[in-house]
Ligand binder design. Structure first.
Ligand code: MLT
Length: 316
């Protein structure tokens, strides 16, 4: 009998009654977790199976990333990570995996602006007053972040370099606990993503000074915030991107199914509404395709390594 050629082997995915786990490399309640939970909700529909979020925090996001790099490549364990995939190679000494070769790239998710925020009783109400306060308090300023290699760490580096003042950095397992301490006055400053800061700015729980994007943002709570450039910190621009990753060697047909499910989620009106309400911009361009996702991360690695080396004097 004729043998059917070309019928590519179909992997049994998703395995019936087995959830797909989306690993978030920071503790729950922060910006990465926010994106993951919104995405899991949307991919539950497009994958037609349960998608659970698992927080695996520590070491600026490299512990969770490593967990997925070493996970079974059957498609049931995925990583949702951000710009840290492009900055860890420069920021984290001997990470136990290679960003370029230990993951399959499944497509990009969104771009998220950052905001520079302060404890509510810090005596400054604009960037000019904040810079004056910083120069009067050299050596006594506590700047929170989510550990070396995190997005908040990168933004903190850029801010210290822009104002020319070294600060004491206080690392947390995510910016959820960091913003809690900022609201409580335990730390002075934090640079964090709008997916985590919008509600706190709206509720006047923190003071907000600037956004890190080239243009101002549209959400009502953020629209009056000046950009860093408007605030006189001209070279200071950073936008946090999020992507979806699987362990190297995940079968090609599984990768295709996951990319299709991701692209369906990116078109989900509920997902878009949730994300845009927090200042995030859901990807609509070719970066949702795996090859372009991989190319974009490679470009970001090349872009950030010299900037980090230059600001490295402020690295932890
Ligand atoms: C980061 O700073 O890398 C993230 O905002 C941390 C988090 O998502 O909690």
């Amino acid at each position: 009998a004729a043998v059917a050629f070309g019928a590519s082997a179909q992997t049994n995915f998703p395995v019936k009654d087995r959830p797909v786990t989306l690993v978030v490399p920071f503790v729950a309640g922060g910006p990465t977790d926010r994106v993951a939970r919104d995405l899991a909700e949307a991919m539950r529909k497009t994958l037609g199976t349960t998608v659970v979020v698992e927080n695996a925090a520590g070491a600026g996001g490299s512990i969770g990333a490593n967990k997925v790099a070493k996970a079974n490549n059957d498609g049931h364990t995925l990583l949702l990570h951000h710009i840290g995939m492009a900055t860890m190679p420069s920021l984290v000494r001997n990470i136990p995996f290679k960003v370029e070769s230990d993951f399959e790239y499944l497509g990009m998710v969104n771009d998220v602006p950052m905001t520079l925020i302060a404890r509510p009783n810090l005596p400054a109400n604009n960037m000019k007053e904040l810079q004056a306060w910083i120069s009067q308090n050299k050596g006594k300023i506590n700047l929170g972040n989510a550990g070396v290699g995190s997005a908040s760490h990168l933004c903190g580096l850029l801010f210290q370099e822009a104002v020319g003042v070294e600060m004491t950095t206080v690392p947390y397992k995510g910016t959820a606990p960091a913003i809690t301490d900022l609201i409580g006055g335990q730390i002075d400053l934090l640079c964090d993503q709008t997916t985590n800061t919008t509600s706190q700015i709206e509720g006047k729980k923190v003071k907000a000074f600037a956004v890190t994007t080239a243009k101002r943002l549209s959400p009502p709570a953020l629209k009056d915030l000046p950009t860093m450039q408007e605030s006189g910190l001209k070279d200071f621009q950073v936008t946090i991107f999020h992507g979806l990753y699987a362990p190297k060697g995940t079968p090609a047909d599984v990768q295709r199914k996951l990319n299709e499910a991701l692209k369906g989620a990116l078109k989900d009106s509920d997902f878009i509404k949730k994300q845009e309400g927090l200042g995030a911009v859901v990807v609509t361009d070719k970066r949702m395709e795996p090859a372009e996702h991989k190319r974009f991360v490679a470009e970001e690695i090349a872009k950030w390594s010299p900037i980090i080396k230059k600001a490295g004097v402020y690295a932890d």
